[in-house]
Design a protein around this ligand. Structure first.
Ligand SMILES: NC(=O)C1=CN([C@@H]2O[C@H](COP(=O)(O)OP(=O)(O)OC[C@H]3O[C@@H](n4cnc5c(N)ncnc54)[C@H](OP(=O)(O)O)[C@@H]3O)[C@@H](O)[C@H]2O)C=CC1
Ligand SMILES: O=C(O)CCC(=O)C(=O)O
Length: 414
């Protein structure tokens, strides 16, 4: 199933509960603007390379549009469209004054030099600089991009429009970035995992956890949960699944990754190394955290999953067919638009600080993040209980209701 179709099915299920009529559904779901651009750079060897870049601006009823930039070979218009719509519901679920957007380039950054990635980023900004801005659409990191890419993006954008660091978030801390943005998504995932397990009566020692993807989100979620005494029994990246039924020493695993020339888990010796896909079907896993690509749990592999809790750190990891099977089995799924909202929440704090020319302490960022995530969690939990629906359905109902209200107040057709 294509990514946007998946998102649409989840949207429709909630819209049905809310009794939203078809033409309004269409208006809420249809992206406001989709831009596709050619991104051509000179490779280090002097040859030319052409890529396709996208920015989909889904909705701005609640404020400027917000969402990350992904550099990955699978990036295409359908995926970016789906990710952009998820941003609209996500910013609404955590009640940030934003709409939703997403962008990316179909490229494999692991096969490029640092200078090539810089040229690629600057060439992309040359193509889209006039549709993004601090009051219109504010990008941020996602898969394959980091604070360095954000710094290049800002620098190139400011060549056209002048000083304004609020044009992008997730910047280096010393260059107008917020303390705590890098850890924010993983920290939010970790704190809600702890909260959900407690709510379901599962003690940390019994919450054996597996994390797919060990990049920004996966590493910080692992760190938080390890410190909360959850046994992390497996983690994976593209080099394999690293498994210890008694729990990995996450400090040691993180040290290994830090010392690996490409930041990979490859070569980590103090556990079993299994094939990449083995992580999903490990029998002794209670909490499964997909933290890499979307569409990784489908009708093909759903029956191999043994976990009783799935935390969607990635965007769109479970497709609707698999979701239905998991619901039937009683698996609790914390949906992406709530679980991974810590990143955009601290992006919002960064944007606020940039606009006020003021800096918050890390303690303040963490405190406000925890407050926002807790409030959103409680709201989603209560809505699910009151309406007897899944947490995903409840989260969509909250998001859609807020966006619909803002759109109606503004005058839908104006
Ligand atoms: N960064 C953020 O703030 C936010 C991210 N997200 C979502 O979280 C997810 C991860 O993003 P992020 O951590 O930033 O991305 P990164 O690029 O930092 O890390 C991605 C990780 O996933 C691994 N990976 C890719 N494919 C597979 C696979 N098939 N099996 C196992 N591991 C795999 C990569 O391995 P390798 O290194 O070997 O390539 C890498 O470890 C995405 O879905 C993103 O949209 C959501 C909200 C905010
Ligand atoms: O930090 C942001 O603005 C957006 C992060 C993002 O892309 C996401 O939540 O999926």
């Amino acid at each position: 199933m294509r990514a946007f179709e998946s998102t649409q099915i989840f949207f429709d299920a909630a819209a049905e509960h809310l009794n939203i009529e078809p033409s309004l559904r269409e208006a809420l779901l249809m992206p406001s603007r989709e831009v596709q651009v050619q991104v051509t750079i000179e490779r280090d060897d002097g040859s030319l390379a052409n890529y396709v870049g996208f920015r989909v601006q889904h909705d701005n009823s609640r404020g400027p549009m917000k969402g990350g930039l992904r550099y990955h070979p699978q990036v295409d218009l359908d995926e970016v469209r789906s990710l952009a719509s998820l941003m609209t519901w996500k910013t609404a679920v955590v009640n940030l004054p934003y709409g939703g957007a997403k962008g990316g380039i179909g490229v494999n950054p692991s096969k490029m030099s640092k200078r090539e990635i810089e040229r690629l980023t600057r060439a992309f900004v040359d193509q889209i600089h006039d549709i993004v801005g601090p009051d219109t659409d504010i990008p941020a990191p996602d898969m394959g991009t980091d604070h360095q890419v954000m710094a290049w993006f800002r620098n190139q954008w400011e060549k056209y429009h002048g000083f304004n660091p609020a044009v992008i978030t997730g910047k280096p801390v010393e260059e107008y970035g917020a303390r705590g943005r890098e850890e924010a998504t993983g920290r939010g995932v970790g704190s809600l995992t702890v909260k959900l397990a407690k709510r379901l009566g599962i003690k940390p020692a019994a919450a054996k956890t597996a994390i797919q993807g060990f990049g920004n989100v996966g590493t910080h979620a692992a760190k938080f949960l390890y410190e909360s005494e959850f046994p992390i029994i497996a983690v994976s990246d593209l080099t394999g699944t690293y498994y210890d039924p008694n729990g990995l020493n996450i400090s040691e695993v993180l040290r290994h990754k830090l010392n690996h020339p490409k930041g990979l888990l490859e070569g980590y010796q103090h556990c079993e190394c299994l094939p990449v896909d083995a992580l999903m079907s490990l029998q002794d896993v209670n909490v499964l955290i997909p933290a890499a690509l979307g569409g990784v749990i489908t009708s093909e592999n759903v029956n191999d999953i043994h976990a009783s809790i799935i935390i969607e750190a990635a965007n769109g990891p479970v497709d609707p067919e698999a979701d239905a099977v998991l619901q039937e089995k009683g698996v609790t799924i914390l949906p992406d638009i709530l679980a991974n909202a810590g990143g955009v929440t601290v992006s919002y704090f960064e944007w606020v600080q940039n606009r006020q020319h003021y800096r918050w302490t890390l303690d303040r960022v963490r405190q406000e993040l925890d407050h926002t995530m807790n409030e959103a969690f409680e709201n989603v939990w209560q809505t699910a209980q009151q309406n007897n629906v899944s947490l995903r359905n409840a989260a969509y109902m909250i998001g859609i209701t807020r966006v619909r209200r803002a759109a109606e107040l503004a005058g839908l057709t104006s």
